[in-house]
Design a protein around this ligand. Structure first.
Ligand SMILES: [Zn+2]
Length: 482
């Protein structure tokens, strides 16, 4: 039975809206295991589309997929001092196997730097073996106390890229390249604009030299870290003895990078585009881009309408469009519209006896506007155009909303007012001091999301720290975050 109760509006309670949307669209569910979620077929289909696109982008930039074990010897985590401090509190540890206590406990991977670099130490001998460009699609476990579907769960799905290079410059170029790949994916596929830049030391990945991030603004004006790329320097290479013979005949440690995005992106997609009727899925990531809903009253009408709808579906599929015919019996068209709206299907085609007679179909867009009658001839080409426009418009709408909720060159008072009020992105001068950053976080809950890359910086660069008034070392992007 379809749940016909309207969603709590976003403006009333964003968090309730988010949870109700996920239930209504059947994207995910809570599991019997605390903190773990079940990704239902409608949610998994979006993740599969994301995976497919990203995987191609990784391969186009020279990476290969591989798979490493779920279990990591506990001692591996301790080899890199910052890494173990960062991850130890949230690990799950296996102490028994086959009814016996293990000689060494095994950690369920929270991330795979340690086990992967232990293997790289075996595989890499010479500069000729470099670079190593490997990606892994897998699940990871981080013991979370407070969980939210897709955004923060104890187990989640992700990809983690791990590369090894001969020089620091190459590793830095790789780190930046993959940040760019993430940005392109988020903008071109998710229609989600992001600000890229470097993390401060307090937000840096445990064990990294530098961490870069893509930050997006959700509709409740909180930031979401959508993807990170780390230059690990030689920290892990030293810990795992990953050395190589240089071209000049010496021996050096390799330079590593790692980078990842997760099923968190599904949560981001919901919060960037969703509306009070449910999910709004950008066409490029939708499980079904077009759903056909047949309308009839008599058996005779049913026969002709269904035959035509099925033929159109076949033509759309042949043209590369993910089309679905909703042939369910005993369900009114209106109930079907409502359900597909909630699930975010970009386009709906209604086909009744009059449409069949007139060789036309009725098009409804998930993003609104008037319904439109389209001729059946050249329908696929026309729908492709409509979807391209929708994809672009979603990105532009999200960008305009973000900019309308961004303040540049903020004073301390403006910053405080924003953080106590409607939130959003605040660009302001920053002295670069960890103590200043910590004080701001404690008093306002806001954090430095990134020190923005050049193209995102304000034209007028601030000269003093918005908080303490000392000379500004840089401009920082502040926000409350998920
Ligand atoms: Zn300061």
């Amino acid at each position: 039975m379809a749940d016909v109760k309207a969603l709590t509006p976003r403006a009333t309670d964003f968090s309730a809206w988010y949870n109700e949307l996920i239930a209504r669209a059947e994207l995910a569910d809570y599991s019997p295991v605390r903190g773990c979620m079940v990704i239902r077929p409608n949610g998994y289909a979006i993740w599969e589309q994301m995976q497919r696109a990203l995987d191609q982008m990784f391969k186009d930039t020279g990476h290969q997929n591989a798979y490493f074990p779920l279990f990591i010897p506990q001692s591996f985590l301790s080899r890199e001092a910052e890494h173990v401090q960062g991850f130890a509190p949230e690990t799950a540890v296996v102490t028994h196997g086959g009814g016996k206590e293990l000689e060494e406990p095994l950690v369920v991977r929270p991330t795979s730097e340690t086990i992967i670099y232990s293997m790289y130490a075996k595989w890499i001998q010479s500069y000729r073996d470099l670079p190593v460009l490997i990606n892994q699609w897998c699940n990871v476990v981080r013991w979370e106390m407070r969980t939210r579907l897709f955004l923060r769960t104890t187990e989640f799905l992700w990809q983690e890229g791990h590369t090894a290079h001969a020089t620091e410059e190459e590793a830095e170029a790789e780190t930046r390249q993959m940040l760019g790949v993430y940005r392109r994916f988020m903008e071109e596929w998710m229609a989600m604009p992001v600000v890229t830049g470097r993390k401060t030391d307090s937000e840096r990945f445990a064990g990294a030299l530098r961490t870069y991030s893509c930050e997006a603004l959700m509709q409740d004006n909180k930031a979401l870290q959508a993807g990170t790329s780390h230059n690990l320097g030689q920290n892990f290479a030293r810990a795992f003895e990953v050395t190589f013979q240089t071209a000049a005949g010496g021996v050096d440690y390799v330079w590593n990078t790692s980078w990842g995005v997760s099923t968190r992106l599904v949560g981001a997609l919901i919060m960037v585009h969703g509306d009070d009727a449910g999910l709004v899925c950008p066409p490029r990531l939708a499980q079904y881009q077009v759903v056909l809903v047949p309308i009839w009253k008599t058996d005779e009408e049913r026969a002709t309408v269904m035959a035509t709808a099925d033929r159109i579906r076949g033509e759309l599929v042949a043209a590369g469009i993910r089309a679905h015919l909703d042939a369910r019996e005993g369900m009114k068209p209106g109930a079907k519209y409502y359900e597909w709206e909630g699930r975010g299907v970009p386009l709906r085609l209604e086909i009744g006896p009059r449409d069949v007679a007139g060789n036309s179909v009725m098009l409804a867009r998930r993003t609104g506007g008037k319904k439109e009658s389209l001729p059946m001839a050249d329908l696929a080409a026309r729908l492709q155009e409509v979807m391209e426009t929708m994809q672009r418009d979603l990105l532009e709408t999200a960008r305009a909303r973000r900019e309308a909720n961004s303040i540049r060159g903020a004073t301390k008072e403006q910053f405080l007012a924003a953080m106590q009020g409607s939130g959003g992105f605040v660009y302001a001068g920053f002295c670069g001091e960890g103590s200043c950053e910590a004080e701001i976080k404690e008093q306002t809950k806001a954090t430095v999301r990134v020190l923005p890359d050049e193209e995102f910086r304000s034209p007028q660069q601030p000269t003093t720290c918005m908080w303490c008034g000392k000379p500004a070392k840089t401009e920082a992007l502040w926000a409350k975050a998920y």
